[in-house]
Ligand binder design. Structure first.
Ligand code: NAD
Length: 422
């Protein structure tokens, strides 16, 4: 927003994050963010605070971007962070304003929050709510924010819509499609998009399961299916499945909300999407156990990758860490490498060993697991790694390594969705 020319005050309750941001330091790894942050902080366009009351008196437009994680013990979304923001913001408003939700929420939330906002705002202050779901991808967040493939705005009046069109003027001028709709359609667009993406990934992973027993090859199948322009190649790679802080919790929150609305049957397939996805993690553990001659006891397992996907240090619901922790629980010594996510991984799963280079991670390994598809792993030298492992066996759980080269260097290789060797 600051780069688009607005004066911005960023508020977070996490003091450490605000301190780092104030000094122009990004509190997480995201390509291009460090430079953008530094330039906008230095220009004075972007400032930070831990006080939501500061924000209330500062802006005409307030974006709410706080987390909506899964509730413990339930599929539903925890909306308490949004409620807290609204309770802190609304009574402190000093002028008419637009509050815009960006968080991913169950359909129906915005209508309820709009009423709550009007109720909490001081008398004489007109505060409206709009919903503008966020579609950015971690790893491409800067690019997706400055050049989004669409903007979706749920608004209850033409005036509110006009405010958001003004906010996004530079993007509209560069041709970004802008879709105006009602609040529930805007909320649902985000949830439906994530449900579709999760379904596409689980579809090809289900095909991978079939390929393994039918003697077929899922990589070629994806390539052949993806050439059909109605299907498309993206999100059609079989492997370890999805993770992170969004897809899983969003499809579960959708199941919970659809159940409340009496249409559980319509999204029942998402339960299976979720189950196919968690099955991939178990499948990798099973393949690794086979290579370890049936038991992990006394084995050394090297894990390449801890982030839930490349180009991020986010380890929320990381498939790689789930696999690593499961194998550790079965008695192996597990040593994990990641180019960016070691610090977060250590906090999330402290009882694994961590190494800051790939060679160290693989020293003495009986099985190497390639679990997050960082570019540097594609470029590894199989001969150099062979010299340090105890047993040259690798599982490519992301189906992207040049496995023929690895075989030529003497490695036993396994991938996902290929015929199981007899
Ligand atoms: N991460 C993504 O790629 C992505 C993409 C699209 C949409 N979303 C959605 O955006 C929302 C945020 O996701 P995230 O991954 O950034 O979550 P996050 O947990 O990483 O960040 C949320 C931030 O909100 C802060 N916060 C919590 N309560 C607060 C309060 N009362 N006042 C001020 N700050 C507060 C937290 O300290 C934290 O820094 C979620 O609804 C998510 O589904 C995320």
């Amino acid at each position: 927003m600051a780069d688009l020319g607005h004066d911005v005050l960023g508020v977070d309750t996490d003091e450490r994050k605000i301190l780092a941001l104030t000094e122009g330091q990004a509190p997480f790894y995201e390509p291009g963010l460090a430079e953008l942050l530094l330039s906008t902080v230095r220009s004075g366009k972007l400032r930070f605070s831990t006080s939501v009351a500061d924000a209330a008196s500062f802006a005409e437009v307030h974006f709410i971007c706080v987390g909506t994680p899964q509730l413990p013990g339930s599929f539903g979304a925890d909306l308490s962070h949004i409620e807290t923001v609204l309770q802190g913001l609304a009574p402190n408003l000093r002028e008419d304003c637009l509050v815009v939700g960006k968080s991913t929420v169950p359909v129906g939330t915005a209508t309820r929050l709009a009423a709550r906002l009007a109720e909490l705002a001081p008398p004489g202050i007109s505060a409206h709510l709009a919903w503008n779901p966020e579609f950015l991808r971690e790893g491409y967040a800067v690019e997706d924010t400055l050049r989004p493939d669409r903007l979706v705005v749920g608004a209850t009046s033409a005036e509110d819509d006009a405010v958001l069109r003004k906010v996004y003027t530079p993007l509209l001028e560069s041709g970004t499609p802008y879709i105006t709709t009602d609040l529930p359609t805007a909320e649902l667009t985000k949830v439906a998009a994530n449900s579709f993406l999760a379904t596409k990934i689980s579809f090809i992973n289900a095909m991978a399961n079939v390929c393994e027993v039918a003697g077929a090859d899922v990589v070629t199948l994806s390539e052949a299916l993806g050439r059909d322009t109605r299907i498309g190649r993206r999100f059609l790679s079989a492997g370890l499945g999805f993770g992170g802080g969004c897809l899983g919790k969003d499809i579960r929150a959708f199941i919970a909300r659809a159940t409340e609305l009496g249409v559980a049957d319509s999204v029942h397939f998402l339960q299976q999407v979720d189950e196919i996805n968690s099955g991939r993690r178990r499948r990798v553990v099973d393949i690794a156990r086979e290579l370890a001659d049936g038991t992990f006891a006394g084995m050394n397992i090297a894990v390449l990758g801890a982030a839930f996907k490349p180009e991020t240090d986010d380890v929320r619901d990381s498939p790689a860490l789930t696999v690593a922790a499961t194998i550790r629980a079965e008695g192996a010594a597990v040593r994990v490498h990641d180019p960016k996510a070691i610090e977060n991984a250590r906090l999330a799963v402290p009882d694994l060993d961590y190494a800051d280079d790939v060679i160290k991670a693989c020293e003495g390994a009986d099985v190497v697991l390639h679990l997050t598809e960082w570019q540097e792993y594609r470029e590894l030298d199989p001969a150099a790694l062979r010299a340090v492992v105890r047993s040259p066996q690798i599982v490519d759980a992301r189906n992207i390594l040049p496995l023929r080269r690895w075989q030529e260097a003497g490695w036993t290789v396994r991938s996902m969705g290929a015929a199981v060797p007899s």
